[in-house]
Design a protein around this ligand. Structure first.
Ligand SMILES: O=C(O)CC[C@@H]1NC(=O)NC1=O
Ligand SMILES: [Fe+3]
Length: 411
């Protein structure tokens, strides 16, 4: 007899998100899904299921089942807040002016350096729980507010602890190349040497991050400096991503394509040839409408061109205190549609299949497919598009992370 499997959900409509086309949800009506040991065994029409029952058999009562949500770009570990800049931004001061005046990233660096691991953990935990309540089952969290070896390691240890403490898969990214810290007196080259010679090796030695990221911008690091950073990061075995073409055109996207990086993030100022290179190099776009919205930017990322080149488009919160104080991935998805013209189906792909690709997880997450991780959300809606349409309205009825149901997540 078939040994009993862990779980089975029946009487459901399923949005598998398993078609490479962003235009549809990969819908299965009258479906069921079975899992064992945290992996999906069967997903398909109920009347073809080889599994009649399981240890846990659930009647989905006609609800929709989707993959768990993936927030593939956050800076949610930091101390303090930047509410004081809110008025200045609204009065027309630019993000770059605030940064040049010693505000911006540097003020969060000061607060984060002064905080200990316990404080950083407890502050970040509150923000992470907001994402978990929406059904986020995988999250990427960056360092980048330490900007020296000890404080970058401190941040990355907190990021690891968050993954150990909460029912979510955390992927850590080292963003030591986020800004030039005050002690380097605006000398990016000197600080970059410190990142390459001291910080990245220490992070690799403790295995505290799988990817390296960079802020390639007029107020941070150039394309050539990005190339130098990526050479070192590649030698140390890191995967690569970058904040590129966010406020100006710096050529960062070209460097990402040279290195077949995982993702190009922001890309409001990307050019048509750069999009073509992304398609050839298999680089995923990460669309971050929270920063565009909060900073009052005007240049939108070229969604139509990305769509025409079939570049996968992820959507993420970019949760950070200075440019995107947004702790809702569903709101980010709504903004991507309303501000940038993404469709709800593209936004759903952006929070699942394409977000997995942006983290190099496209072979096991972001779709309801046999052999993939059993990260599942059950929603009481008539169609998944409602979840993107109504702002801050819906939460999953039930959440499974690697086949384990989350019993409670404080909202
Ligand atoms: O302002 C902050 O604290 C982070 C800003 C954030 N980092 C980056 O590279 N681009 C951004 O918008
Ligand atoms: Fe960011």
């Amino acid at each position: 007899t078939m040994e009993t499997i862990d779980g089975l959900i029946r009487n459901i409509r399923i949005a598998t998100l398993n078609s490479q086309l962003d235009t549809d949800y990969g819908v299965i009506e009258d479906g069921c899904l079975a899992w064992n040991d945290g992996k999906i065994l069967y997903v398909g029409p109920q009347d073809q299921s080889p599994y009649p029952s399981a240890v846990t058999t659930i009647d989905g009562d006609g609800c929709w089942l989707t993959p768990g949500l993936i927030d593939c770009h956050t800076h949610l570990v930091y101390a303090g807040n930047r509410a004081g800049e809110f008025e200045a931004l609204r009065q027309g001061k630019s993000y770059a002016e605030i940064a040049k005046a010693g505000g911006g990233i540097r003020s969060t660096v000061t607060a984060t350096r002064a905080a200990d691991e316990a404080d950083l953990f407890s502050e970040a935990a509150k923000r992470l729980q907001r994402l978990l309540a929406e059904g986020v089952t995988t999250v990427e969290i960056k360092s980048g507010y330490g900007l020296n070896r000890d404080d970058e390691l401190k941040m990355l240890r907190v990021i690891r602890q968050l993954g150990e403490h909460f029912p979510v898969e955390v992927h850590a990214t080292c963003l030591a190349a986020h800004a030039v810290p005050p002690e380097f007196h605006d000398d990016p080259e000197a600080y970059l040497n410190r990142v390459i010679d001291e910080i990245l090796p220490a992070v690799a030695a403790e295995n505290l991050a799988t990817s390296v990221d960079v802020f390639c911008e007029s107020i941070a690091f150039s394309a050539d400096q990005t190339r130098r950073l990526f050479r070192a990061a590649t030698r140390l075995g890191f995967k690569l991503k970058g904040h590129v073409e966010q406020l100006t055109q710096q050529g960062g996207t070209d460097v990402l394509c040279e290195f077949n990086a995982l993702s190009a993030d922001h890309i409001e100022f990307i050019s048509e040839p750069q999009i073509g290179r992304m398609a050839e190099a298999g680089v995923t776009a990460v669309i971050l409408p929270g920063a565009f919205y909060y900073l009052g930017e005007h240049q939108k990322p070229p969604i139509e061109s990305l769509r025409a080149h079939q570049v996968p488009m992820a959507v993420a919160t970019d949760q950070n205190p200075g440019s995107s104080p947004l702790s809702s991935l569903l709101t980010a998805a709504n903004l991507a549609c309303v501000l940038f013209g993404m469709t709800p189906a593209e936004a759903w792909s952006g929070m699942t299949r394409s977000a997995a690709q942006a983290l190099g997880l496209g072979d096991r997450k972001g779709q309801l497919r046999e052999g993939f991780d059993a990260d599942l959300l059950l929603w009481d809606v008539d169609h998944p598009r409602q979840i993107i349409h109504e702002i801050n309205r819906f939460r999953p009825q039930r959440i499974w992370q690697a086949g384990q149901e989350r019993t409670h997540v404080k909202n």
